[in-house]
Design a binder for this molecule. Sequence first.
Ligand SMILES: Nc1nc2c(ncn2[C@@H]2O[C@H](COP(=O)(O)OP(=O)(O)OP(=O)(O)O)[C@@H](O)[C@H]2O)c(=O)[nH]1
Ligand SMILES: [Mg+2]
Length: 392
Amino acid sequence: MHEALSLVRRDLGPDAAVLHTREVQSRRFFGLLRGRPRIEVTASAGVNVPSRLPEPAGRPAAAARGAARIAPPGPPAAPDALRGSPPPPPRAGDRSPSGVEDQLSDLRIMLQELCRQNRGGAAREMPDGLFRLFTDLIEADINEEIARQLIERIRCEAPNDELADPLMAKARIARILEAEIPVGGPIHATPGRRRLVALVGPTGVGKTTTIAKLAANFRLRQRRNVGLITVDTYRIAAVEQLRTYADIIDLPMEVVSSPREMRSAARRLEGLDLILMDTAGRSPRDEIKIQELRSFLSEAEADEVHLVLSSVAGERALVHTAARFASVGTTGMILTKLDEATSLGNLLPLVRSSRLPISYLTNGQSVPDDIETAESARLARLVLGTESVYRK
Ligand SMILES: Nc1nc2c(ncn2[C@@H]2O[C@H](COP(=O)(O)OP(=O)(O)OP(=O)(O)O)[C@@H](O)[C@H]2O)c(=O)[nH]1
Ligand SMILES: [Mg+2]
């Protein structure tokens, strides 16, 4: 044993942790004759676990990282509990001393855990059912890292019978996602208390269409007094697009082309319950235009600023866009074009990074019907692909 440990020390250095030692009886001549006993030592310089060898007397306790030093050549020191009553020297053919088997099985578990972590986890060691669930998550476009985290989490939290049932395991993941997805509820338009809500976002995501849907619902279904403001005077057709909706729904509308005009326009709409403000689509990369948008919004004294994002966009673009628009004071998010998305797992990184509550979802071009108030449980099921974007 001393010889073996010296070899470990020589090869792996004094900081190596000894993980496992055992005596192996070799056999010669077709297994009939006993060969010389051999010593097998499992040691590592890179594993962060306490060494199985006791600390030599007079040396400091195990290093903070947990690995003890290998004993220097010479008789190994006794473990703390046994100090003062040295164990009898091992006899040839002796099995391991009492308790060592337990320690070895602890070690095995510890090593398995380390291997699992080192290998980056889930996929290879997952039971079949969970592995299928993992691939379902990947297919729903949930990124691999988040999918692993979700599987690991239910593995830690759920009882075995639940893990063995794919439907129950998926339902547990749905509940985890539900708790993660913040929603902001619908806009509250109280009669007589003017509320100004602006929609901002990149180009072509559906801001104007969503304003028309909201305006029609508040005006025609909830009988609120609604007005519109547009600051999108960059595209010739933009004003006309909103004016068409204003005419159909019969709403007052103001066109504002500079932050200075904003106050007087808002004053002209005083007395209404809800003012919806349409803005020009902005590239998240255009810092100057985003700052300009900010001055429009602060002049308007907007109560709510909803960032409109297309659910068809890639997850990195969504995260980046939300971060860039945060500087205009976004208070919520509206996700559009759910009907065009093949999957919605791309929304999870956005939800995690922006922490903005989601207020509405839109799922088609039809005004005023294709809009709904966002609900966490439904969004979780949509992300998992267990529910259709079209409500029955
Ligand atoms: N499929 C689908 N199309 C939508 C949805 N919402 C809007 N659209 C369409 O998306 C296109 C752009 O919509 P707009 O409302 O003009 O988008 P915008 O954000 O105002 O665009 P800009 O003002 O140019 O930045 C139109 O063809 C809309 O009909 C939706 O939920 N689903
Ligand atoms: Mg528009």
